[in-house]
Design a protein around this ligand. Structure first.
Ligand code: G
Ligand code: G
Ligand code: MN
Ligand code: NA
Length: 249
């Protein structure tokens, strides 16, 4: 497959880039973190969507290598942004491949980024298998001081079981709930219920896909801690985050 051949060469040809999306505190509007999102600029294809190449990278066994590059690059970039956390997406194969905690520890040691400035975002589907090993791995990286967020919360199944088994520092409310917040009382009720869970567990809540001031207001009223979405900024290159941080008071 042509795409596969191109993907195998992408890392050594320097075709990957990380973009960063702002995460803000809903009460103050301050920038608290950025989520790293992988981009592949393939010379002849143009920008290839992560949904199109990440599953393929997993399938052909390239994700450990790409994931290590993402982690290291995100940690190195984050050094430039005082008091801003960097959140890195991690998928099933990275956690289950073994040695993930070593990879995280090495990225921190080699870049000098304080562990507290790194967050690992895990999609709940990741946790379906290998639960004991996964629990151990997550505990090991949390012991380093790295925080762990559950991504896309509310979209998979047995999410509540995961909350009992794994320790998370943050839940990210999936953007499908945020999208219908203003015109669907059921979505609002679900968001309230999730925020009740985060309060009861003493963990932070992040609402994804916030596009309008009304959504932001409704989330703030409900006590959601932070938000990200087009209202605050699209994913942008690291240099644009430099500017945001410089403008921050
Ligand atoms: O911005 P967007 O279209 O890039 O993201 C699409 C999906 O790709 C999201 O679900 C996101 O979690 C995933 N993704 C983005 N960057 C990475 C990455 O570095 N590693 C992994 N495993 N997934 C990523
Ligand atoms: O699955 P994950 O949450 O990691 O992926 C984030 C995805 O959401 C990326 O594709 C990113 O570009 C997209 N995204 C970020 N902010 C918004 C937003 O405000 N609205 C919509 N529709 N998508 C968003
Ligand atoms: Mn994410
Ligand atoms: Na998400």
């Amino acid at each position: 497959r042509a795409l596969e051949a191109d993907l195998r060469n992408a890392l050594k040809r320097g075709e990957f880039a990380l973009h960063y999306q702002p995460q803000v505190a809903l009460d103050s509007g301050r920038l608290t973190g950025v989520e790293a999102l992988l981009r592949w600029n393939q010379p002849t294809r143009g920008a290839v969507r992560p949904d199109a190449f990440i599953p393929l990278a997993e399938e052909i066994g390239l994700l450990p290598e790409i994931g290590a590059w993402v982690l290291r690059t995100a940690c190195a970039d984050a050094l430039r942004w005082a008091d801003v956390k960097v959140a890195v997406n991690v998928s099933v194969h990275q956690i289950h491949a073994g040695g993930f905690e070593t990879l995280v520890a090495r990225a921190l040691a080699e870049t000098g980024l304080p562990a507290e400035r790194l967050e690992i975002e895990i999609t709940e589907g990741v946790l379906l298998t290998h639960t004991d090993a996964t629990v151990r791995t997550l505990e090991q990286i949390r012991a380093l001081g790295v925080t762990v967020a559950m991504d896309d919360f509310g979209t998979g199944y047995s999410s509540l079981g995961y909350l009992q088994r794994f320790r998370f520092d943050k839940l990210k409310i999936d953007r499908s709930f945020v999208a219908s917040l203003h015109d669907d009382p059921r979505a609002a009720a679900i968001v309230d219920a999730v925020l009740g869970i985060t309060r009861a567990l003493g963990v932070r809540a992040n609402a994804e896909g916030v596009e309008t001031p009304e959504q932001a207001r409704m989330l703030a009223e409900r006590g959601c801690d932070e938000a990200q979405g087009w209202l605050y900024g699209r994913p942008v290159p690291a240099s644009a985050i430099d500017t945001l941080v410089a403008e921050r008071l």
